[in-house]
Design a protein around this ligand. Sequence first.
Ligand SMILES: Nc1ncnc2c1ncn2[C@@H]1O[C@H](COP(=O)(O)OP(=O)(O)OP(=O)(O)O)[C@@H](O)[C@H]1O
Ligand SMILES: [Mg+2]
Length: 236
Amino acid sequence: MSDDGGPAPIIQVTDVVKLYDDGLVRALDGVTMSAARGEFLAVTGPSGCGKSTLLQLIAALDRPTSGSIVVEGRDLREAGNDTYRRTGIGLVFQLHNLLPNLTALQNIEVAMFSNGRSHGEQRARARELLAAVGLGAKEKVTPPRLSGGERQRLAIARALANRPPILLADEPTGSLDSAAVDRVLELFREIREREGLTLLLVTHDAHVASTADRIVYMRDGKIVAAPEADVPAAAR
Ligand SMILES: Nc1ncnc2c1ncn2[C@@H]1O[C@H](COP(=O)(O)OP(=O)(O)OP(=O)(O)O)[C@@H](O)[C@H]1O
Ligand SMILES: [Mg+2]
């Protein structure tokens, strides 16, 4: 149970500090935040305020300098991070890390490698996700021959392949036109309804943020209560 008597959060970040360059850069400066199971949180704030750093730490790609991160009741300092990264979370990065020599379909299948499903099931899942992000006709195309927005949608499909309980996404809709944004938001909505996905999404897009259950504003490595009065979140 949490302090307010509600259910324990699925993600609890407490007093997290992250220093880079021997402490010259204070990327995160005492961040405390949480996400409830099934919640859709939008994280927003100016460039360099620490959004990607926060996501990387929750993804266990790096460790905090101090403070704790507990996901599904497990302290990431003690968790087996390989399994966690493979099945506990889906990740969409700012740079997509797609494999350039594999087709769109294979890029999704490779994320399911060793997930215990048959190849037929993996292929069916990959096709279902490609269709859901509007890339059904592109399954044989390799990432270098996809547009920026298509790559972004492929990265989203790949992140969802193993039905992770949590999706961490860094600007997943940045290169998409409004129709593609709506398609991705609709996909997220469906998966949240069907599977109770918890979604933590970094975005500068006010429309995307407005569809979240809650918006977390960051500034200079800290969570702040509200956006700066003089700069609307949409303009950053
Ligand atoms: N590996 C690193 N080494 C040193 N400094 C870093 C490193 N990664 C990030 N930083 C610094 O930490 C701060 C926070 O960076 P971060 O990438 O989290 O910002 P951001 O909010 O995601 O910005 P953007 O909106 O531009 O993506 C910045 O000052 C950045 O220069
Ligand atoms: Mg970033």
